[in-house]
Design a binder for this molecule. Structure first.
Ligand code: FMN
Length: 218
C-alpha cells in the first residue's frame, strides 16, 4: 500500500489552535509576496485531502496569479477589489458538472494503490452507476456544492499552515468568471473565490453565536 507523505519544505506551522482560532478574513495583502506554483500545488494537494461524497472530488481550481489574470478578475470582483489586487493569488473554486467522468479513475486507482479490494470496487460501481444515472440536477448541485465548500475550508486552513491568510468571497460575477478565463461555463459551476497571500493588515475579529444557540442535544 502506498503511504501518504507528510513532509513539506513549505509548511510553516502545525499549531492547530493558532491555525483555526486566529484565522480571519484578510482584505489587504503584501503585493510583493509571491506564492510559487510549486508551493500552491502543495497547498491545493493538501486541501484536496478534504472528504467528498463517494470520494468524487468534484472541485476544480482556477488559480489567478498573473498580473493579467488579476486585472481581468478585478473587473469581475465588485466590492472585493483590494483582496484580488493585493493578494498573491485568488483561487476561483468551481465544481465540475461532468465529474462522473472520473469515477473509473478514482475507483480503479484506489484498487491499484491497495486502498480498496477489487470486489468492493465492483460492488460499489454496480450501485453507483445507476444512482448517478437517476440523480436529479438539484441533488447533484447540492452534493457538489457541499464537497466544494469542504475543500474551500480546508484550503483556507492549509494556507494558514503555510503562513498565509485568505478571504472567501461570494462578491464576484459568477455568471462571467468561467468564460472570462476560457473555461466552459456550462461545465464549471462557480462556488466561491478565495484570496490568498501574506496579510498586510490584520483581519478583524468577529462574533460567533454561542454553541447554546446553534446546538441541540439529543
Ligand atoms: C461564502 C462566503 C462568502 C463571503 N463573501 C465575502 C465577500 O464577498 N467579501 C468579503 O469581504 N468577505 C466575504 N466573506 C467573509 C465573511 O464576511 C467572513 O468569513 C465572516 O464575516 C467571518 O469573519 P472571519 O472570516 O474573519 O472569521 C464571505 C464568507 C463566506 C463563507
Amino acid at each position: 500500500m502506498q503511504a501518504l507523505t507528510h513532509t513539506s519544505q513549505f509548511q510553516q506551522s502545525n499549531d492547530f489552535n493558532n491555525i483555526v482560532l486566529e484565522r480571519r478574513s484578510v482584505k489587504v495583502y503584501d503585493p510583493e509576496v509571491k506564492i510559487s506554483r510549486e508551493e500552491m500545488t502543495e497547498i491545493l494537494s493538501k486541501a484536496s485531502r478534504a472528504p467528498s461524497a463517494i470520494n468524487m472530488q468534484p472541485w476544480r481550481f482556477l488559480v489567478i496569479d498573473s498580473a493579467e489574470g488579476k486585472e481581468k478578475l478585478a473587473k469581475l470582483a465588485s466590492f472585493n477589489q483590494t483582496q484580488v489586487q493585493t493578494a498573491s493569488a485568488s483561487i476561483a473554486i468551481f465544481y465540475d458538472v461532468n465529474n462522473i467522468e472520473y469515477i473509473d479513475e478514482i475507483f480503479s486507482k484506489a484498487v491499484e494503490l491497495g486502498y480498496m479490494p477489487q470486489d468492493i470496487m465492483d460492488m460499489q460501481m454496480q450501485q453507483l452507476k445507476p444512482y448517478y444515472a437517476n440523480v436529479t440536477a438539484t441533488e447533484l448541485h447540492n452534493m457538489n456544492l457541499i464537497d466544494a465548500s469542504l475543500v474551500s475550508m480546508q484550503l483556507m486552513l492549509v494556507a494558514r499552515a503555510h503562513g498565509y491568510d485568505t478571504n472567501p468571497m461570494a462578491g464576484y460575477d459568477k455568471e462571467k468568471i468561467a468564460e472570462a478565463f476560457g473555461l466552459d461555463s456550462n461545465r464549471f459551476q462557480p462556488v466561491m473565490l478565495i484570496s490568498i497571500g501574506k496579510a498586510a493588515k490584520e483581519g478583524y475579529p468577529s462574533y460567533r453565536l454561542p454553541v447554546e444557540t446553534t446546538t441541540t442535544w439529543a
